[in-house]
Design a protein around this ligand. Structure first.
Ligand code: GLY
Length: 391
């Protein structure tokens, strides 16, 4: 436990050092040569920095973290009221670790209203034909008629909104979207498609296509991680045994593809034997490991809360796996010297261009904002097992 507490302390002191540069400004999605530049509140990733501030506040009770988080929360309320860069599905990534966290921790009514508006915005992404929440782009174009596996982290905002408003519509759409995703996005072997196109006329599933993975039939490491934590959260909010089975299946695949140090290459088609491609060493995605660790710890907690005696081995296994992953991150990936980086975890990969994918290359082998947040969430979950999740 000592090593995890110490790692959380180091992360918190790094967050503290970042406050002067990131009070009015947000943190860019990824670092540039190890350092996050400030940005406006207009990226899909801006919720993770206030999430780190809330985690720091919960761990220390220090007012400076709360005060800074509250400046950020005001900016998020403004963003949803003025509809600044919210024409996409990432309302959960933005509003769960900022405004929902504020509401849960301090009872801030304005933050709650902002988060409900964000849930309304997410409902605006609903496509009846195909029963899914559309990820990106105009709602009336064939080219955009798809959802992505990452959205399993956006749907918890809808479950939360239903609980708070007593309006079942949000949760209904979350359940239907999740069912569509589970049916199409998880392959027979437990690997996952990043994005999935549906037929605009008939609503039938069309095909899985990558955007940020290496190629359509490879295994993008972060998509797999969204699948693992996402199925754990799906099980938390809609207790279907098939969701737990999906969690197990996606996890088993992930574990089979991990290199020795438990931190995946950015696409799991690469491994320690063939990590080189076209003469280049493939980078890792450390953020994938932090996300998976959170999924493991969440499932362990759900099983423990369920109280089934025959789950004891499973609970122990999930915790041990999560601790092993986080230990590896602490030892070989975490930032211990703020002269090297203003982030928390090195060697994340946002989007690496391959000959077969469609992404814009950004943040390759850098710190990534969600990687830092989920690393802190995992450390928080380990050191404070009763922590109330923001999702
Ligand atoms: N949700 C987008 C990403 O993981 O890069």
């Amino acid at each position: 436990m000592e090593e995890f507490r110490k790692a959380l302390d180091i992360a918190i002191s790094q967050v503290r050092k970042n406050i002067p540069n990131f009070t009015e400004k947000c943190q860019n999605h990824s670092s540039v040569n190890g350092f996050y530049p400030p940005c406006e509140n207009d990226q899909w990733t801006c919720g993770f920095w206030p999430g780190e501030l809330w985690l720091s506040y919960e761990a220390t009770g220090e007012k400076v973290f709360r005060d800074t988080a509250e400046v950020q929360v005001k900016s998020f309320i403004n963003r949803i009221e003025k509809k600044i860069s919210v024409d996409h599905h990432d309302m959960g990534f933005l509003y769960s670790p900022s405004c929902v966290a504020a509401w849960k921790i301090t009872g801030d009514e304005d933050a709650k209203k902002g988060a409900i508006k964000a849930a309304d915005q997410l409902l605006g992404r609903w496509q009846e034909k195909g029963q899914f929440l559309q990820a990106w782009g105009a709602m009336d174009s064939n080219d955009n008629y798809r959802y992505i596996i990452d959205c399993l982290l956006n749907t918890p905002l809808l479950y939360w909104a239903s609980r708070e408003t007593k309006n079942p519509e949000y949760a209904k759409k979350a359940r239907l979207h999740t069912a569509t995703c589970m049916k199409n996005s998880i392959r027979e072997d437990g690997s996952t498609y990043h994005t999935f196109f549906m037929d605009r006329q008939t609503g039938e599933p069309l095909r899985g296509v990558t955007c940020q993975g290496y190629k359509n039939d490879s295994y993008w490491a972060r998509g797999q991680a969204w699948g693992i934590y996402g199925t754990a959260l799906a099980y938390r909010y809609d207790r279907r045994e098939e969701y737990k089975a999906m969690f197990q299946k996606t996890l088993d695949f992930y574990l089979k593809k991990l290199p020795k140090d438990m931190i995946p290459y950015w696409d799991m088609i690469f491994n320690d034997q063939n990590a080189r491609h076209d003469g280049e060493t493939e980078p890792k995605d450390s953020s994938s490991a932090s996300i998976v660790a959170c999924g493991l710890l969440d499932m362990a907690r759900q099983l423990e809360e369920g109280g089934a005696r025959d789950s004891q081995d499973e609970i122990k296994r999930y915790r041990e796996l999560a601790e092993k992953m986080i230990r590896s991150l602490i030892e070989k990936y975490s930032v211990k010297d703020s002269g090297v980086s203003n982030g928390l975890v090195l060697h994340g990969t946002y989007s690496k261009k391959s000959p077969y994918n469609t992404c814009t290359p950004e943040g390759v082998d850098e710190c990534v904002s969600w990687g830092d947040y989920f690393y802190m969430e995992a450390l928080t979950r380990i050191t404070n097992p009763n922590w109330t999740l923001y999702w």
